[in-house]
Design a binder for this molecule. Structure first.
Ligand SMILES: CC(C)(COP(=O)(O)OP(=O)(O)OC[C@H]1O[C@@H](n2cnc3c(N)ncnc32)[C@H](O)[C@@H]1OP(=O)(O)O)[C@@H](O)C(=O)NCCC(=O)NCCS
Length: 143
């Protein structure tokens, strides 16, 4: 497996596989700004000459390394690909002087909650985080 920076070709592939990888319509989350404007530190993992995972994230002016979206090919889950992406991205964020890491997910995404717990993140359900009636689980970790 190889972890590397994202290319335009990778982004195109993310858009084409994302609904299948998530098991439902999700492509709006892969907004092009996360590649064109905020993609400097976005990463992919390649195995057997194919992209098997990706992470779209960025550094904020407030010292936070923010993971917007992470996705792993269903055929490659529970093989450490997500962990590998988080470790590389976190290392980059630490190198940029970020002081904490953050990500969010929707209630019901138990896989994501367990994954973040396993990586040492604090987990908190925040009421109305995404607007009235739209709670989110917020994951944070100090660096
Ligand atoms: C959540 C996700 C990114 C995890 O990626 P992954 O490559 O399978 O995770 P890893 O293999 O690195 O897992 C590391 C640890 O996290 C925990 N973990 C990961 N997925 C889990 C799951 N579905 N249920 C319970 N624990 C899980 C385990 O402790 C695991 O270690 P182990 O396999 O040795 O027990 C992946 O399942 C995915 O793409 N899901 C769909 C998209 C999504 O929900 N993204 C996150 C929200 S934006």
């Amino acid at each position: 497996m190889e972890t590397r920076g994202i290319t335009a070709e990778d982004f195109g592939q993310i858009v084409s596989v994302i609904d299948r990888w998530w098991g439902g319509p999700t492509s709006a989350l892969a907004h092009p700004m996360f590649f064109h404007e905020l993609g400097e530190h976005a990463l992919v993992v390649e195995a057997d000459d194919a992209m098997v995972g990706f992470l779209l994230g960025f550094a904020t002016g407030a010292g936070t390394g923010y993971v917007h979206l992470v996705g792993i090919d269903p055929g490659y889950r529970r093989r450490g690909v997500g962990k590998r992406l988080y470790e590389s991205f976190t290392e980059r964020m630490h190198g940029l002087g970020m002081r904490r890491m953050k990500a969010i997910t929707t209630p019901g995404n138990q896989g994501s909650i367990e994954f973040h717990k396993a990586l040492g993140y604090r987990v908190e359900r925040v009421a109305d985080y995404a607007g009235p009636g739209r709670d989110r689980y917020v994951f944070t970790r100090d660096l």
